[in-house]
Design a protein around this ligand. Structure first.
Ligand code: THU
Length: 135
């Protein structure tokens, strides 16, 4: 999918379904998987706070629960200019991709592209747990 279309989907996800009664800070994400399928998500807040789910994880978990495993691109957009993915979401992106395009977007014309290595250098990932794998 064209990056601009994926950004539009993330912006729509932010506006549409986000449940943020506590922070009132909305985040939207759109993820394109290697097979071209696209999933979107918003953040979901819970009254006891810690079960809160970020927008990125909502979108990624929708994809993974449908059997998809490899992220190609992910767009994040939030109520603040340049809303970056939190540390937990960076680790979740790491789990399901080797070299994804990570896009922090304010609008279809205002965005920046990052590599996972830039956002999560020297990371730990699934290959560390494979027996006999000398990483
Ligand atoms: N949030 C996300 O959805 N993604 C991030 O990467 C950063 C934070 C949400 C969680 C919470 O609902 C709100 O933003 C304020 O932290």
């Amino acid at each position: 999918m064209e990056l601009k279309n994926l950004i539009e989907l993330a912006l729509e996800a932010k506006d549409r379904s986000t449940y943020t009664p506590y922070s009132h800070f909305r985040v939207g994400a759109a993820v394109e998987m290697e097979d071209g399928s696209v999933y979107t998500g918003g953040n979901i807040e819970i009254a006891s706070y810690s079960p809160t789910n970020c927008a990125e994880r909502t979108a990624i978990f929708k994809a993974v629960s449908e059997g998809k495993r490899e992220i190609k691109k992910i767009v994040i957009t939030g109520d603040a200019k340049n809303t970056f993915p939190c540390g937990v979401c960076r680790q979740v992106i790491r789990e399901f991709s080797e070299n994804p395009m990570i896009v922090v977007a304010n609008s279809v014309d205002d965005y920046k592209v990052y590599t996972l290595e830039e956002l999560l250098p020297h990371s730990f990932g699934p290959e560390y747990l494979k027996r006999g794998n000398d990483v």
